[in-house]
Design a protein around this ligand. Structure first.
Ligand code: GLA
Length: 390
C-alpha cells in the first residue's frame, strides 16, 4: 500500500515543486448492509462507508488548467476550466472527475486549476462504489482548493449523482453518493431515499465482524440489467394506476400488485421491492437492540429475495453467499451493490474468521474456479481531508 508520505513524494516527482500547499483528501467506498436496489423506489437503505477508498493528493495552480493522474491507470487527463467540458470516451476514468468539475462550474463555483494524483484501494467493478467515491472526492477536493464551503455534503452527493446519471450515463439512485459523502465512523447511514432524510445508526457488532467477500468477477453497472430492473419497477407503477403510491414502489400494497399486475415476472420484482423495504425497517431495530442473530437472518432473506424475485445475483454471488452461509461462525450473508458479480457481505464471529475464510475459499474455488478475496471491514467516516495525518 502507498503511504501518504510516499504518495506526496510521487506527486512531487510527477508534477515538480510548487509554491502552493499540497493537500490530501480521502473518500471511502461503501457496502450496503441491507436495502438493495430500492433506493430508486423511494426506499430505506442502510450503507456504511468502508476503510478501502480513494486518496487524492492535490495542489492548486495559479492558472485554470487541471491535470489529473492516477497511480492505478496510465490514462492522464488535462482539462482547461475556460473551455467547455464534454464526456469523452478516451478520457476513461477521467470522465468521473471531469463530469464533477463541469457540474461545479455550471453551478457557478469559482474553481481554481489544480494538479491531482489519485490512488485507489477499491477494486474496480466490485460493487463497492468506486465511481461514487471518485465523484465525491473530486467535488470535495476542488471545493476545498477553491476555499468554498464544504458543509453541504448532501448537496455534493446530489450533484455527483447527477453527474453519474447525465455525464457518465449510468441511471443510479442516490445511495452510493450519499454514503460516500455522509457516513460516519462506527455507524451505518439509514437513508430515506424518498425524503432524503437520514440518521446515523450505531453498528456495534461485539464479537462479530463484517466481512466483504469479493467474487473476483467484475460487474459493469452500465452493462448490467440495472436499467432494465428500473424500467420493470416503473412498469409496475404504471399498472397500479391510481393505486400507485406517490412516494415510491416500496409503499405499494401487495394486494394491489396482485390485483393489477398479471405478469409473474413483474409481480416478483414488486415483491422484492416491498419485502426488502420491510427488512430494512426490521434490521434497523435489530441493530439497535443488538440482536445480531436476527439481523443475520435478514441478510440471508434479502439475498434469497434478490436471487429469486429480483434475479440480480447470478452464479458467482450465489456461490459465495451459499458457501458463506454454510461456513463456521456465519450469522448471515448477502450480495451487496447492484448485483450479478462483485462483492457480498457476511456477518461472522471473529474467533471463527480463519475457519470461515478457509471454508468459503475452498467451496467457492470448487464451484467457480475463481480465487475470492476477503476484507474484514469496519464503518468509517465519509469524505474528508487527511492532510497532515500520518
Ligand atoms: C448501485 C447504484 C445504487 C443502488 C445500488 C443497489 O450501487 O449506484 O444507486 O441502486 O446499486 O442497491
Amino acid at each position: 500500500m502507498t503511504t501518504p508520505t510516499s504518495l506526496v513524494q510521487e506527486f512531487t516527482r510527477l508534477y515538480g515543486p510548487g509554491d502552493n500547499q499540497v493537500r490530501t483528501f480521502f473518500a471511502p467506498g461503501r457496502v450496503n448492509l441491507i436495502g438493495e436496489l430500492i433506493d430508486y423506489n423511494g426506499g430505506l437503505v442502510m450503507p456504511a462507508a468502508i476503510a478501502l477508498g480513494i486518496t487524492a493528493v492535490c495542489r492548486a495552480r495559479s492558472d485554470r488548467i487541471v491535470r489529473l493522474c492516477s497511480l492505478d491507470d496510465p490514462v492522464a487527463v488535462e482539462i482547461d476550466l475556460n473551455r467547455p467540458i464534454e464526456p469523452d470516451r478516451a478520457r476513461g476514468w477521467g470522465n468521473y472527475p471531469a463530469g464533477v468539475v463541469h457540474e461545479l462550474l455550471l453551478r457557478g463555483f469559482d474553481l481554481v486549476g489544480a494538479d491531482v494524483l489519485f490512488t485507489t484501494m477499491l477494486p474496480q467493478g466490485a460493487g463497492l462504489s468506486s465511481s461514487a467515491a471518485m465523484e465525491v472526492l473530486t467535488a470535495f477536493s476542488f471545493l476545498a482548493l477553491a476555499d468554498a464551503p464544504l458543509s453541504d455534503l448532501k448537496g455534493m452527493a446530489l450533484l455527483c449523482q447527477k453527474v453519474e446519471n447525465q455525464f457518465v450515463g449510468v441511471n443510479c439512485g442516490i445511495m452510493d453518493q450519499f454514503a460516500v459523502a455522509l457516513c460516519r465512523q462506527d455507524h451505518a447511514l439509514l437513508l430515506n431515499c424518498d425524503s432524503q432524510d437520514f440518521t446515523h445508526i450505531p453498528v456495534a457488532l461485539g464479537a462479530y465482524a463484517l466481512v466483504i467477500m469479493n467474487t473476483s468477477r467484475q460487474r459493469r453497472l452500465a452493462e448490467s440489467k440495472y436499467n432494465e430492473r428500473r424500467a420493470e419497477c416503473d412498469a409496475v407503477l404504471q399498472l397500479l394506476g391510481t393505486d400507485a403510491p406517490h412516494n415510491g414502489l416500496v409503499h405499494a400494497q401487495w394486494s394491489d400488485v396482485l390485483s393489477h399486475v398479471a405478469d409473474p415476472v413483474l409481480q416478483r420484482r414488486a415483491r422484492h421491492v416491498i419485502t426488502e423495504h420491510k427488512r430494512v425497517k426490521e434490521a434497523s431495530q435489530m441493530l439497535a437492540t443488538g440482536d445480531l442473530a436476527a439481523f443475520g437472518k435478514l441478510l440471508d432473506e434479502s439475498h434469497t429475495s434478490l436471487r429469486d424475485d429480483y434475479e440480480v445475483t447470478g452464479p458467482y454471488l450465489d456461490a459465495i453467499v451459499s458457501a458463506a452461509q454454510q461456513a463456521p461462525g456465519c450469522l448471515g450473508a448477502r450480495m451487496t451493490g447492484a448485483g450479478f458479480a462483485g462483492c457480498a457481505i457476511a456477518l461472522v464471529k471473529q474467533a471463527d474468521m480463519p475457519a470461515f475464510t478457509a471454508s468459503v475459499r475452498s467451496a467457492y474455488l470448487t464451484a467457480t474456479g475463481l480465487e475470492p478475496s476477503f476484507y474484514e471491514t469496519r464503518a468509517v467516516d465519509g469524505v474528508h481531508e487527511t492532510t497532515g495525518e500520518a
